[in-house]
Design a protein around this ligand. Sequence first.
Ligand SMILES: C[S@@+](CC[C@H](N)C(=O)[O-])C[C@H]1O[C@@H](n2cnc3c(N)ncnc32)[C@H](O)[C@@H]1O
Length: 198
Amino acid sequence: MLDRREDASQIDWQDEFDRWAVGQGYGLTYDRSLAETQLHSEVFSLVQQVAPIQAEDTILDLACGSGLAGTPFIDAGCILSGIDFSPKMLELARGRGYTSTDVVNLKERTDPLEGVYDFVLAIGVAEDYVSVSHLVHLASESIGQGALFVVSCPGERNLSELLADSGMSPIVSSHFDFAAKGAVNQQLELVVSKREDL
Ligand SMILES: C[S@@+](CC[C@H](N)C(=O)[O-])C[C@H]1O[C@@H](n2cnc3c(N)ncnc32)[C@H](O)[C@@H]1O
């Protein structure tokens, strides 16, 4: 999502996100940069369309950042766990009510993450930072049959097809015009999928 002119392979992304969390390098904090977008409320409404969200539901948020995606779920009484490689982002997520947070580089993580959850979220991370197939793999280890995986991906990928190939049945999707300042990907596809194959 970051629009930087350097060769992306030369960038220390963990440091970039640590700095962006507190407003260094991009002028605005991460939260302020995204303040104008409706992406996170769109994620919540999409899930609400297909699943009753109940207090005490447990949610794992992959690459949770500052916790913007999880906040409406916390307001609904859910219990959020967040994973990210930026300690500064995780500090903000804890401030928003994430009850557990872990510093993990998802690209390098091959072992299953701890716990089994009612939902897994992965918003704003697939393909830009971690391949969608790897996220699907990690998510499928963290949810039981019938549980939901909610993921966003740049619009040019056929996300529903990718999910279906990985044993996740897409239930509902929407296209999101991500017009935030500094965002490279103007079009995101959001998909809620259900794990079918145990
Ligand atoms: C665009 S932000 C999205 C944050 C949050 N999900 C949201 O919707 O606001 C991308 C997040 O992915 C995290 N990230 C990028 N690459 C990662 C990796 N390899 N392992 C863990 N986290 C990563 C960044 O630290 C950042 O918080």
